[in-house]
Design a protein around this ligand. Sequence first.
Ligand SMILES: NC(=O)c1ccc[n+]([C@@H]2O[C@H](COP(=O)([O-])OP(=O)(O)OC[C@H]3O[C@@H](n4cnc5c(N)ncnc54)[C@H](O)[C@@H]3O)[C@@H](O)[C@H]2O)c1
Length: 308
Amino acid sequence: MRVLVTGGAGFIGSHIVAALTAAGHEPVLGADPRGVDAVCHQADVVGGFADAPAMVAGNNHATAVLLKAMAEAKVLRLVQAGSVAVYGEGRHHCPSHGVVHPGPREVADLAAGRFEPCCPWCGTELRPGLTGEDSPTRPCDVHAATKLAREHLAASWARATGGTAITLRYHDVYGAGDLPAQVMEDGRQRRDFVHVKDVAAANLRALEADRPRGSHSAYNTGSGEPRTVGEMAAAVAVAAGRPRPVASGEFRLGDVRHITADSARLRRELGWAPRVRFADGVAEFRRAGGRCEPAFLLGHPAFGFVRV
Ligand SMILES: NC(=O)c1ccc[n+]([C@@H]2O[C@H](COP(=O)([O-])OP(=O)(O)OC[C@H]3O[C@@H](n4cnc5c(N)ncnc54)[C@H](O)[C@@H]3O)[C@@H](O)[C@H]2O)c1
């Protein structure tokens, strides 16, 4: 299969290109879908609220242009990078009110160090759970909103053309990189760190999958091993022989407290399973010859890490 990989020079895209090549497919870089069998859409623009116009242009307008070009070139297979950020705070449990999907946390609470989401009905601290694809989507920042809009665009394209679209809602993707210099909040935010090679393998499965024509399917893509941001930062620091970062207590609006999505559907329907164990993935952060590999881990808004 000839596969156009947008964002193919990026962190995840470059691993997808390698996985496609290893599987005997022919990856094509760029943004022109003419002459390919499928498109694997990874290109992405990130930023804060001030970058909203650039993010909407780069993530949504650019996707619409790509989809129109695919329709004209009769390319009917799309796999794209989504994000679990579309769920916002995700699924939680209240002892009195059962399943709750809380809204964004209040600035006053964050400033006072009250990081845990509370039940909107009784104010009790909630217990985080696993978020399924059927959970409501409540993006908390512009970037997450552009990721959700991309899903709607893909679904419209599939209906209009009879194509098949799959969105892989990635969890926090990690791979060899530099160290997190600062951990936000108290470091107890729960995440699901999934190795970049497993994410590349999920893309391969999705590209080869047989889904109904005219459909769009979304799949959570995570390791199934929830960890905290502080735990990840400490493990990486130990592997690289550096001091453990201390949680800063600072916060960013738009960061969610806990998000751990349930990836059972991806395992069940596409037969994917993560292979890189946390300990092995983290061991890649060991310094080689005194140099760290390029920093892939830090830039993404989903992480809750910032550089100092
Ligand atoms: N890294 C993560 O933890 C994570 C988590 C959730 C979702 N994702 C999604 O995965 C995808 C890949 O992320 P990544 O971490 O590899 O990011 P990345 O920044 O390393 O790669 C994105 C690439 O897209 C390119 N790009 C941006 N706009 C483009 C355009 N208009 N045309 C062509 N290329 C363009 C950039 O130059 C960059 O090389 C993104 O869609 C991102 O939202 C990543």
